[in-house]
Design a protein around this ligand. Sequence first.
Ligand SMILES: CC(C)(COP(=O)(O)OP(=O)(O)OC[C@H]1O[C@@H](n2cnc3c(N)ncnc32)[C@H](O)[C@@H]1OP(=O)(O)O)[C@@H](O)C(=O)NCCC(=O)NCCS
Length: 195
Amino acid sequence: MAIKIEEIGPSRLDEYRSVPIRFEVKSVLEPVLVNYGLGGILLRETPVEKPYIKDYDSYEETPLDWPKKFDVSKWVFLLAMMNGVTAVGAAAVAFDTTGVFMLEARKNLAVLWDIRVRPEARGVGIMLFRYAANWSRAQGCTQMKIETQNVNVPACRFYQRMGATLGEIHRFGYAAVAEVAHEVMLCWYLDLRIV
Ligand SMILES: CC(C)(COP(=O)(O)OP(=O)(O)OC[C@H]1O[C@@H](n2cnc3c(N)ncnc32)[C@H](O)[C@@H]1OP(=O)(O)O)[C@@H](O)C(=O)NCCC(=O)NCCS
């Protein structure tokens, strides 16, 4: 299949949203404290009793909400188009935007805000990830950050494979949201100076 990555404007975010962002949780990376954490935190993959579907679009804001919530004028939205007609993957990168806590008030940090690939189009993720990293580097960033959760083991394996390393394990990162309070926030960082 012929895949081309396109930069799109916010007016095409409905097309972006047509790419699903759900996956099956079959295992989790359980944090294990060594010596109360002084010896580090191990992440031990553990199967879940009852596998379930997690769909980020169903309880978080959807792509259509981003321009309502943030000034996205410095963001980039990417669509992976198959044969020029079907969106099979999408990604968004946030950069230099006031009020986006994840950007850590840094101008040399970009955030891979979202990445999604249709299950039948696996292989597109690497194209989107690399495009996002190159775009971030072109904005003068030295790192690209990616937030995920310990329940998204496939995404963690993907980010690891892409060369990112864990910068933050926040065991209480979602404590304010009852539905996901049990999840552990994991923030990955890609060093753009060496990739
Ligand atoms: C995560 C996601 C974007 C990755 O896209 P993808 O198209 O499946 O990834 P690719 O096939 O391009 O994989 C690139 C590399 O990562 C590896 N990889 C991908 N998923 C992996 C997994 N679960 N375990 C181990 N390696 C994995 C691939 O084997 C490949 O390595 P290779 O080049 O050595 O073959 C995609 O699986 C997805 O949309 N998941 C659901 C939505 C989601 O969770 N988004 C992230 C939210 S934080």
